[in-house]
Write a protein that binds this ligand. Structure first.
Ligand SMILES: C[S@@+](CC[C@H](N)C(=O)[O-])C[C@H]1O[C@@H](n2cnc3c(N)ncnc32)[C@H](O)[C@@H]1O
Ligand SMILES: [Zn+2]
Length: 276
């Protein structure tokens, strides 16, 4: 929902002036207007943006997450955040908003903004929690004011460190979750899917280094027993869904596999920023 608290940190994607709300729409002093959709989200982007996850991918993700397989990851993120409850949380590439809803729900004074390029994901995120507003935007140009956000999360999604740095307060922090090289390797070995880059960690730290300092890394491993339905959804919700030719025939039996995640906690460096 676009409460006054949330609108306060939004910026016009065209001119970057602050946005304000009138019934059914958001607008800036330069007469740029953005209508709320009937699903409750708003497009805050300028020009063409990628389309992101399809409706089928979002539905597969919703079903998979609803079975609780990744709930321990949501719990781990919440325990990292608990020591310093944030006022504003932004989840970049939020998908249906599962992790953001879990964080906002455990922190009664916080408000969340789910950002995703996929309108299908944004429709789901718009109804995941009353203290979450859902926005369609590209992660390279977040429709957010400078120095406004306490916590940015980015779970298995693309990110732009300079843009994350711009929107974060100097006291803020950023949690990035990536799959570790062994993530679901039994599943990928048996049914296909995309390999995980072996030097993902080094590349991530290199791209963040000019803007952020690594405060802590947490590794999480979950032993999962996936049913054929889980396997179908796990394949259909991930990047392999864009390459159906690389996926083997549907599963007929359960599979034991390990989910392995790395959670990077990053704090902003005091660097000068380019003026917009
Ligand atoms: C692997 S999914 C993860 C979704 C969610 N974080 C979760 O774990 O449930 C990646 C998400 O990033 C979104 N995405 C892809 N490109 C994006 C971009 N340029 N800007 C913002 N979001 C993007 C996709 O639409 C998708 O919802
Ligand atoms: Zn404007």
């Amino acid at each position: 929902m676009f409460s006054p608290e949330i609108v306060r940190v939004l910026a016009c994607p065209v001119c970057h002036f602050p946005l304000s709300a009138t019934p059914g729409r958001l607008g800036c002093p330069n007469q740029h207007h953005f209508d709320l959709s009937r699903w409750g989200h708003v497009h805050l982007s300028r020009g063409r943006i990628p389309s992101g996850d399809t409706a089928a991918m979002v539905q597969a993700r919703l079903r998979f997450l609803a079975r609780g397989h990744f709930a321990p990851l949501a719990d781990t993120l919440a325990s990292i955040v608990a020591c310093r409850p944030p006022t504003y949380i932004v989840d970049v590439g939020a998908g249906p908003g599962y992790y953001l809803a879990s964080l906002v729900d455990r922190s009664p004074t916080s408000s969340g903004i789910a950002v995703d390029v996929s309108r299908h994901a944004a429709r789901q995120a718009a109804r995941v929690h009353p203290r979450i507003a859902s926005v369609v935007a590209d992660h390279h140009r977040l429709p957010l004011r400078d120095d406004a956000i306490d916590l940015v999360t980015c779970v298995f999604a693309p990110r732009d460190p300079s843009e994350l740095h711009r929107v974060l307060r100097t006291t803020g922090r950023c949690l990035v979750v990536t799959p570790s090289p062994s993530h679901l390797s039994e599943l990928r070995g048996r049914y296909g899917g995309l390999a995980i880059e072996p030097n993902k960690r080094e590349r991530l730290l290199r791209t963040f280094a000019p803007w952020f300092e690594l405060a802590r890394t947490t590794q999480l491993e979950l032993s999962l027993c996936l049913t054929p339905e889980d396997i179908a959804d796990a394949l259909a919700m991930g990047p392999a869904a864009f390459h159906p030719d690389r996926i083997a025939a549907p599963a007929s039996e359960s599979l034991q596999t390990t989910a392995a995640f790395a959670i990077f906690e990053l704090v902003p460096r005091p660097v000068a920023r380019a003026v917009r």
